[in-house]
Design a protein around this ligand. Sequence first.
Ligand code: NAP
Length: 408
Amino acid sequence: MPGTRIQWQDEKFVVPDDPIIPFIEGDGIGPDIRRASKLVFDEAVSRTYGGSRQIVWREILAGEKAKDQTGEWLPQETLDALREFRIAIKGPLTTPVGGGIRSLNVSLRQLLDLYACVRPVRWLRGVPSPVTDPAALDVVIFRENIEDVYAGIEYEAGSAEADRLRDFLVDDLGASIREQSAIGVKPMSAFGSKRLVRKAIRYALARGRDSVTLVHKGNIMKFTEGAFRDWGYELAAEEFAADTISEAEHWKANPDGGPGDGRVIIKDRIADAMFQQVLLRPGEYAILATPNLNGDYLSDACAAQVGGLGLAPGANLGDGLALFEATHGTAPKYANQDKVNPSSVILSGVMMFEELGWEEAAGAIVAGLKGAIGARRVTYDLARQMPGATKVSTSAFADAVVDHIPTK
Ligand code: NAP
């Protein structure tokens, strides 16, 4: 089947019944989790839509496989295909040491301007967790992906660049910086912050979530993190005035802490306090919008509360482009052993089906995963924390998921 391209019109994906979806298999454990997840995805679509819809997979190369076959880690053809077909899914990629490429994942985000890293965090019954009530946390983190200290603008201590920058900051701007310091730059713009918050609010509205919390460190970094908060509130007032309300206004209208009136409440929290909040008052949060560095830390901390990285899905979204991915790495010591947990990439697929608008297939996959975990047929990482569970291989886990996918 040749398949049809997904289009982007009026800021929405237009999805045919036979979309071409490129996939990057990934290095290390990539082939194992790709095989398992493909089986689950295809079975869910076939059982849900009975042949009226089908994904037409197209392999594109990146990482070690690309290097072996084409001599390049990230061929231009791959970037072109990601732009042309708009929605794709990838396994983990080895970060090549040396060779001028920082990280293939970072390169993909920067080159394709995938500015929002989206990580839903919710617990699946039966998954071992270190907290007493893991179900209470059900948040989606929108992390800005391009700016902040991750922009890669930093200079080594003692380098001519660092010294020159220090001289300028000290002599011209009156800053106090010790000699021989390394210097990093933290650029954050209204444009970059607002487009991230816009995506977060749109998501909250589309999915009926009741709040968006701006997570920042503005008490210390006033003109970067503090501005992120201000720009977030500004954007909500400018573009979503009818559908959002600030927490301050909400409290004024509900001094006794009553429920909202259906509008999305925009709140903000200082980043360090937020780490406490997700542990102590998780039920008060729905969507978290954060600058790059806070979001990186917070995503993994939240994932730990519901079972760890082996189960954490992720997506990198731009405007009209989406790349879904497992959040763990290539775990090279387990490569080709049919051993590891494919749930992270399977749940990333759930996010992909939601983006396609194929909600029924997404629901069927979640039902399959819940069924397999509920039946205590799990891979080694979960089995070692679940007394009495049956430890199964990657492929046997995929079979167990498929066994629990409902047939329409
Ligand atoms: P990693 O590959 O995530 O593996 C670290 C450990 O996490 C594994 O040893 C294993 O722990 C556990 N783990 C990871 N994936 C798992 C899965 N699917 N099922 C069960 N357990 C899983 O991290 P790393 O060793 O730091 O990185 C290896 C390579 O991956 C590096 O080249 C790194 O640059 C790259 N990387 C790529 C991505 C990406 O492509 N998005 C992300 C992160 C890292 P136990 O041994 O304790 O069971």
